[in-house]
Design a protein around this ligand. Structure first.
Ligand code: SF4
Length: 395
């Protein structure tokens, strides 16, 4: 943790937050009891103040984003009927099922031509016809066509699926994919690690320990990755903390995670939402901000905490920049998975809009690559040609 934090005790109205603030000031790691205090405190602004102090000590007023493009090559998935929170997957003969051929993937990737795209984010379903050769051929072709673009592809769940159908180890699959052009792994598929929660929302999906094992293997091979947590469904606050603790433990061991990205559950067009009677009611802004802030405070060995504006809206992501978040989802171009479960946000965001969102929060935009190296720095609010009042009005 950092040496001195700009924590103002007067901004902590809940006395239960004081011992947490003291620990942070001393550079001590928070334990589960601290995490629960943060989750349960009625003083959301106090929790946000602590997270903001830690974030500012690390990143100042800089907010990073990547110029990225999502590609979802197949929505065919063997777990279609068992992942109750998913509205994206289809069975092979079901209406709406698709699997791109190589030409279609390349045509989709050509949207990057003439743009600033530096990263393809590639994830999809667990498709029995999409084995190792499907992806190695795809990655080689993408690298040949767009050599400047980083490939962040395939969740731990997809890696394990390929390993199973090819009868290979996770390590062998990762090595083959890297040789074909894979650069990093995204963090999807973590959901909530609790076995009881998984039994209810994703009974047949890769377990939490196996998710950790795939990422551990990737890190050992020098492949960096992100990690996520799906929240706002049936999990308890204790489940969330257990999940965060598993991520923190692996990060202690390997240092291989780049960013933590909480993912808000959307209840539309999926069996779980119907079962819970929650269609049309996504997570609350209160919970979104708190979960991001607790992530920043509990995951003291993570550099980056990212807000996914597609799931929580650009407006809430802008607020999150004062609740411990230093990184936001980028340009995306055409998002499909969360829009299949009711996300009402745009499917992509233009660079100017991203810059306006960040400056409007009083922050300085920094474009990064997939490994968080700086690509270019932009003027902050009030610098260059943009006056602060204009930035705030536009955001
Ligand atoms: S969440 Fe992933 S693994 Fe589960 S059904 Fe959807 S696409 Fe398949």
């Amino acid at each position: 943790m950092t040496a001195s934090l700009a924590i103002d005790p007067a901004r902590l109205r809940d006395p239960a937050l004081r011992p947490v603030a003291d620990k942070l000031q001393r550079g001590e790691r928070l334990d589960r009891a601290d995490g629960l205090r943060l989750f349960r405190s009625p003083d959301l602004l106090g929790v946000g103040h602590l997270a903001d102090a830690v974030n500012r000590a690390r990143h100042g007023d800089r907010v990073t984003f990547a110029a990225n493009q999502h590609i979802n090559p197949t929505n065919i998935c063997v777990l279609r009927t068992t992942c109750a929170f998913c509205g994206y997957a289809r069975l092979p003969k079901e209406a709406g099922a698709y699997r791109y051929g190589l030409d279609q993937v390349l045509a989709e990737s050509d949207r990057a031509d003439g743009t600033i795209t530096r990263e393809f984010h590639i994830v999809g379903g667990l498709d029995m016809q999409a084995g190792l050769a499907y992806y190695t051929e795809m990655f080689r072709a993408l690298k040949a066509r767009h050599p400047q673009v980083h490939i962040k592809a395939l969740t731990a769940v997809e890696i394990a699926h390929i390993a199973r159908i090819e009868k290979m180890s996770h390590e062998a699959v990762l090595l083959a994919l890297r040789e074909a052009g894979l650069d990093t792994l995204p963090g999807g598929g973590a959901e909530t690690f609790s076995a009881a929660v998984r039994a209810q929302i994703a009974g047949k999906k890769l377990g939490g320990a196996e998710y950790i094992e795939v990422h551990r293997t990737a890190h050992r091979l020098g492949i960096r990755s992100n990690c996520t947590m799906l929240y706002g469904h049936v999990e308890s606050l204790e489940d969330r903390l257990d999940h965060l603790a598993m991520l923190r433990d692996l990060q202690d061991d390997t240092g291989g995670f780049l960013a933590f990205i909480p993912l808000a559950y959307h209840p539309d067009d999926n069996a779980l939402g119907a079962q819970l009677g929650r269609q049309g009611t996504s997570t609350t802004g209160y919970d979104d901000l708190r979960t991001l802030a607790v992530g920043r405070l509990f995951l003291d060995n993570f550099q980056h905490v990212k807000s996914h504006w597609i799931m929580v809206t650009p407006a809430l992501t802008q607020l999150a920049l004062h609740f411990g978040v230093n990184d936001i989802e980028g340009t995306v171009v055409r998002e499909k998975i969360y829009h299949a479960v009711g996300a009402r946000t745009p499917q992509g965001m233009a660079l100017d809009d991203l810059l306006r969102l960040i400056r409007g929060a009083g922050k300085r935009p920094v474009e990064r690559d997939a490994l968080y190296r700086v690509v270019r720095e932009f003027d902050g609010p009030g610098e260059g040609s943009e006056a602060p009042a204009a930035a705030l009005a536009g955001a």
